[in-house]
Design a protein around this ligand. Structure first.
Ligand SMILES: Nc1ncnc2c1ncn2[C@@H]1O[C@H](COP(=O)(O)OP(=O)(O)O)[C@@H](O)[C@H]1O
Ligand SMILES: [Mg+2]
Length: 249
């Protein structure tokens, strides 16, 4: 993989005659924390699913980890970690059982899985939570477990779709510290969010509205360019202006 982790051109997804993602283009470098900011329905999940090889685009092209998102989507799944907006954990299985299950599904061998579980358990302080059914875990711990599942096979690119929804600020901060450490080690992180504090933690962000990227840049550059006091007021003003110029739906 060269220095580019993700590159997409004019990526589009239509569902019937509705365009959920409308010709977006972007590049994400290795080791970067890249944020996708947008309100509900903006098209973030649809875009991320195309990047993870889970949904075929209607138009446009792209490469993830050097692989073509249309022709090599199966290979992409093995090369990335994906944490979906709704965790795919099995509620009646314990954390440990979930990790073992997903490890086998990735095709990893037993001793590799055991070693990774030990490392991740320590790193994410999973401890006793590994032995409880995941349905009984508080949201913050579920989310950490889902992150460890996504990291099992040591992916170089991690896609996180609103990973901290419904989690308290202290836990969210801790989660972000884990992401920073991963990025320092060279892991590329592509994260969607509608939390402004999280967007500020990203190296660069793209703001999505009705399927399109309406602005992008480093958080402080965006704030300055829009003469705003902070990211939240910048975002609200930008979306308001966008709604005024948009054609009536
Ligand atoms: N499978 C689908 N069929 C039809 N419409 C869809 C489908 N998936 C998503 N959409 C629509 O596409 C738009 C973008 O959805 P989504 O990508 O989930 O946005 P976000 O993640 O930013 O909230 C929404 O209007 C949603 O209803
Ligand atoms: Mg979503």
């Amino acid at each position: 993989m060269n220095n580019t982790a993700v590159e997409i051109n004019n990526l589009t997804k239509r569902f019937g005659n509705f365009t959920a993602v409308d010709g977006i283009s972007l590049t994400v470098n290795r080791g970067e924390i890249f944020g996708f900011l947008g309100a509900n329905g903006a098209g973030k999940t649809t875009a991320i699913r195309m990047l993870c090889g889970l949904l075929l685009p209607s138009a446009g092209s792209g490469r993830v980890a050097g692989l073509d998102i249309i022709r090599q989507f199966e290979a992409i799944k093995k090369n990335i970690g994906y944490m979906s907006q709704k965790y795919a954990l099995y509620g009646d299985l314990t954390g440990l059982q979930n990790l073992n299950f997903y490890g086998s599904a990735y095709g990893l061998d037993k001793s590799y899985i055991a070693g990774r579980i030990e490392e991740l358990s320590e790193r994410l302080s999973l401890g006793d939570f590994l032995n409880r059914p995941s349905s009984s875990l508080p949201t913050g711990w579920c989310q950490r477990l889902a992150l460890s599942v996504a990291l099992l096979h040591r992916p170089q690119i991690l896609f996180l779709d609103e990973p901290t929804g419904g989690v308290d600020p202290v836990f969210r901060r801790k989660f972000w510290n884990i992401l920073y450490t991963l990025a320092d080690e060279g892991v590329t992180i592509f994260v969607t969010t509608h939390y402004m504090d999280e967007a500020e933690y990203c190296g660069r962000i793209s703001i999505m509205h009705r399927g399109k990227i309406v602005d992008r840049g480093k958080p402080f550059e965006l704030i300055a360019r829009h003469n705003a006091d902070n990211l939240e007021s910048m975002f609200i003003d930008l979306i308001k202006r966008q709604e005024l110029t948009d054609e009536p739906a």
